[in-house]
Design a binder for this molecule. Structure first.
Ligand code: PLP
Length: 427
């Protein structure tokens, strides 16, 4: 599949049925797998043979879909997780342990911020957050002797900032650690972070990849480009024997292209769980089959809505990296020349009261905390997710009371604009 173009990989990557086999990927709805001899199964437990024995570690349906995502991103190996949260935790924890440190962009998903800043801190893993548009000097100054990973989001949810992947990759590599990029919003259709130096990519497949709001899930992909053995002192988990597998050294046995995902599966999935169900992997694959057709439409609708809002007198400002005046326009042009995603945010004049009226009058756009599926939805944090905060607190957090985040779906853009126009009229 690696010679085919991305659109073909979306449709047919990962699975090539043999003679008389099902055209659609089979859902292997089985927790366990049968063996003829204990010895045969023992070889799987020793990681001497590859195969299936228990779905908490691996399942054939999941592996087909993970292989497709690996092809789409241009990576060497991938795995599915039960959620995007699990994907980011596993990707980070696979190279960190108690005493490690992470450098992360401050513009990241709230759930990931809590994961790093609150939960991983309780595990003895600390973090330094840097602004995505920091200078190289500021970025380099964030590293410590115990730094083990750099983390950022290609397009941040919900800030919509664009990560300068090359800048972050250069700093990570200068300090001998991998760059992990959450590529949820652009998907590999609009950006492939490995082409710009990222080492590991993660996804909340819950968003555009599934694309229909049907199944929560995540994915981790390895570029195969990071030389763990060259930094063996930093990554003992990958470069020294694992006692729980009879002394296997992942980076030696599975090489640069296989070590990261094999360890993440054999160790973290084994011990922590969080596998995606085969049924969800099947739904995810249906989404992937049309991802290359849907993403351009999300971008087209996002761009049209952003341009309409930017010219509306009741809108104070619009954040969308496809708008020439946007702070991240140039970076977006570089990393995502075909466009980023369909999520737009804007601030209404009149703050909380205006937002309340506006949201009430929307007919087509639904009020949801979700983003990135086929149906357009909107969220006003001040009157929903962040309603405990005062206007002053919201302003300080960079979430003005009149801010609305809109995820443009796949409807006709004229209908979306008409819906916005009448809701704006009502204010
Ligand atoms: C939603 C999201 C997550 C978390 O994914 P879940 O599937 O909800 O666990 C992580 N990163 C980004 C960028 C997201 O948008």
């Amino acid at each position: 599949m690696s010679d085919y173009r991305l659109d073909t990989k979306c449709v047919q990557g990962g699975y090539r049925p043999g003679n008389g086999e099902p055209r659609q990927i089979p859902i292997v709805q089985s927790t366990t797998f049968r063996y003829e001899t204990s010895e045969a199964m023992g070889r799987l437990f020793d990681l001497e043979d590859s195969g299936y024995f228990y779905t908490r570690l691996q399942n054939p349906t999941n592996d087909l879909v993970a292989a497709k995502i690996a092809e789409m991103e241009g990576g060497t190996a991938a795995m599915l997780t039960s959620s995007g949260q699990a994907a980011n935790f596993f990707a980070l924890f696979n190279v960190c342990e108690c005493g490690s440190h992470i450098v992360a962009s401050s513009a990241i998903y709230g759930g990931t911020f809590n994961l790093i800043e609150v939960t991983m801190r309780k595990m003895g893993i600390t973090a330094t957050f840097v602004a995505p548009d920091c200078t190289e000097e500021e970025l380099n100054a964030a590293f410590q002797e115990n730094t083990r990973a750099v983390f950022g989001e290609t397009i941040a949810n919900p800030a919509l900032t664009v990560l300068d992947i090359e800048k972050f990759a250069k700093a990570a590599h200068a300090h001998g650690v991998p760059l992990i990029v959450d590529n949820t919003f652009p998907t590999p259709v609009n950006c492939r972070p490995f082409e710009w130096g990222a080492d590991i990519v993660t996804h909340s497949t819950t968003k555009y990849m599934d694309g229909h709001g049907a199944a929560v899930g995540g994915a981790i992909v390895d570029s195969g480009n990071f030389d763990w053995m060259a930094h063996a002192d930093k990554f003992p988990g990958l470069c020294t024997p694992d006692d729980s597998y009879h002394g296997i050294t992942y980076a030696e046995k599975f090489g640069q292209g296989g070590a990261f995902i094999t360890k993440c599966t054999a160790q973290l999935m084994r011990d922590l769980g969080s596998i995606q169900s085969p049924q969800h992997a099947f739904y995810l694959n249906l989404g992937l089959e049309s991802l290359h057709v849907r993403m351009p439409r999300h971008v087209e609708n996002g761009q049209a809505v952003a341009e309409f809002l930017a010219n509306h007198p009741k809108v104070v400002n619009v954040t969308y990296s496809g708008l020439p005046g946007d702070k991240y326009y140039d970076l977006a042009q570089k990393y995502m020349p075909k466009g980023g995603c369909g999520v737009v945010s804007f601030e209404l004049e009149g703050g909380r009261a205006a937002a309340e009226t506006f949201m009430k009058h929307l007919k087509l756009a639904a009020i949801e905390t979700h983003v990135a599926d086929a149906r357009t939805c909107c969220l006003n944090p001040a009157t929903s997710t962040h309603r405990q905060m005062t206007d002053e607190q919201l302003e300080a957090a960079g979430i003005p009371a009149g801010l609305v985040r809109m995820s443009c779906g796949l409807e006709d853009k004229e209908d979306l604009i008409a819906d916005l126009a009448q809701a704006l009229e009502a204010i």
